[in-house]
Design a protein around this ligand. Structure first.
Ligand SMILES: Cc1cc2nc3c(=O)[nH]c(=O)nc-3n(C[C@H](O)[C@H](O)[C@H](O)COP(=O)(O)OP(=O)(O)OC[C@H]3O[C@@H](n4cnc5c(N)ncnc54)[C@H](O)[C@@H]3O)c2cc1C
Length: 425
């Protein structure tokens, strides 16, 4: 009989393992794929580092700060701001507190009115002075409702907030919880958006290297679960059966719902999975970067397929071989077209932004991520921390238990381990 079995080696599962280790509780981790990290992953393709979907680490995340060794990850910062495509030209807005020399150009940028810019400063200052507890106690509504009631104009909503936050939440209507918005905006305002020098995949790799590798079983998908008076039974796809006093389901919400459905009806706990938000990310190799800056480029036109673009190799040079650049192009959702049509449509749109040189870009890979984030439409974050205990011996972790983010996944894993430690005490 095992003490604890953890199903899934994403950040939540790794965080649970870390916390159990600190508490001298013996665990074993069962991971379906051939690597740790789940949604946080980097593939090496022809000398380029391709994160599975455009993703960043906000270094202000409190749980990441406590868990990760930022120095070893060698975090490379983005410019705090965004370059926005207006249909005929680009304009750049910057955080004046982090980049004072751009304060005037930001004030004059054709993104919203003067009153929008003052509202932005007020919002920033309000969030800087709010604790996370304050944020998660405030009334929850959609982000779009929240921003309008804060006084922001339609103009800044369309040109800045929708593409910026749409790309963070994979939600172009900004239906996502205002609590999530306040949390994320506070994190952007109080720290830096970064990439580890050698790719996002270094984050889970660092966590795994600090754990006992003998306890991590890769290529070990779990097929079904059962609960007994003594604990839980885990059946692997291979046919092997394992028993444990406690089991943590640390898969995404979609798989968790399936695993819960395999528990015989009499003992089956209630678990309702949220809907999924999806995204598509196309990577191209370019001889010349379409922008020289380490900055996020947003589509401020409200039209077209592409939501945001970035040149990760401008932020962290190891993302591309010497003399070349990596371009990442993000689309919200899953376009219902075949890949060749999608690549051609993206290239055409990018040529309008960056010129004929786009025709020379070489397509590297396209990632379709169906279950990218759990939907966080209100009341998703009421309460902000959802229960992690399903039954006497079954526990559940993952970003769908907290905020849908690296921070949330790490917190959920720790919370689950703490609940088990209390049970074993
Ligand atoms: C494209 C994209 C961009 C993102 N950008 C950001 C960002 O910029 N900043 C941010 O903070 N967050 C971002 N996120 C969200 C963040 O990556 C996730 O919130 C977090 O990684 C979730 O971790 P998790 O452990 O909860 O789940 P997962 O990463 O989904 O891990 C679940 C694990 O369970 C395993 N598993 C599944 N089924 C089984 C089974 N039957 N048996 C055993 N193992 C199984 C999976 O293989 C996986 O390893 C992004 C996500 C995506 C997809």
């Amino acid at each position: 009989m095992h003490d604890v079995l953890i199903i899934g080696a994403g950040l939540a599962g790794l965080s649970a393992a870390r916390e159990l280790t600190k508490r001298n509780i013996v665990w074993q981790l069962l991971e379906a794929s051939d690597r740790v990290g789940g949604r946080v992953a980097t593939d090496e393709v022809g000398g380029f580092l391709l994160d599975r979907g455009f993703q960043i680490l906000l270094d202000a995340y409190p749980e990441a700060h406590q868990t990760l060794d930022y120095g070893e990850l060698n975090l490379r910062p983005f410019h705090a701001g965004a370059k926005i495509w207006l249909g005929d030209k680009f304009t750049t807005v910057s955080n004046p507190l982090q980049h004072p020399k751009y304060a005037l150009s930001t004030l004059l940028a054709p993104i919203g009115s003067l009153s929008d810019k003052f509202a932005m400063l007020t919002l920033r200052s309000m969030l800087e002075h709010s604790s996370l507890d304050d944020i998660f106690e405030r009334r929850e509504r959609t982000t779009s409702e929240y921003l309008r009631s804060f006084g922001f104009s339609q103009h800044i909503m369309e040109r800045f907030f929708t593409p910026f936050l749409g790309g963070v939440f994979f939600d172009s209507k900004l239906d996502t919880s205002s609590r999530m918005f306040e949390f994320v905006f506070k994190m952007f305002a109080s720290g830096k958006a970064t990439l580890p020098a050698a790719g996002m995949g270094r984050i889970p790799r660092q966590m795994a290297l600090r754990l006992d590798s003998a306890r991590i079983r890769l290529n070990t998908p779990v097929a079904s679960l059962e609960e007994t008076p003594e604990g839980a039974i885990v059946r692997l796809a291979s046919g092997e059966t394992l028993r444990a006093k406690a089991v943590i389901i640390a898969t995404n919400w979609h798989t968790a719902s399936h695993l819960v459905s395999t528990i015989p009806t009499a003992a089956r706990p209630s678990f309702t999975a949220p809907k999924s938000r999806s995204t598509t990310c196309l990577y191209f190799a370019a001889d010349k970067a379409p922008t020289a800056e380490p900055i996020l480029v947003l589509n401020g036109t409200g039209r077209g397929l592409v939501n945001n673009v970035c040149v990760p190799s401008n932020v962290a040079p190891l993302y591309a071989p010497k003399g070349q650049s990596l371009v990442s192009v993000s689309v919200i959702g899953s376009p219902q077209t075949d890949d060749d049509t999608l690549i051609a449509a993206t290239r055409k749109e990018m040529a309008a932004w960056f010129g004929a040189e786009v025709q020379e870009w070489r397509h590297l890979r396209t990632y379709h991520i169906e279950h990218a984030l759990p939907d966080q439409t209100p009341p998703a974050l009421t309460p902000p921390e959802r229960p992690v205990r399903l039954t006497d011996s079954l526990f559940i972790a993952g970003d769908h238990r907290d905020t849908a983010s690296i921070q949330g996944a790490l917190v959920s894993g720790r919370r689950t381990a703490e609940a088990i430690a209390a049970l074993f005490a």
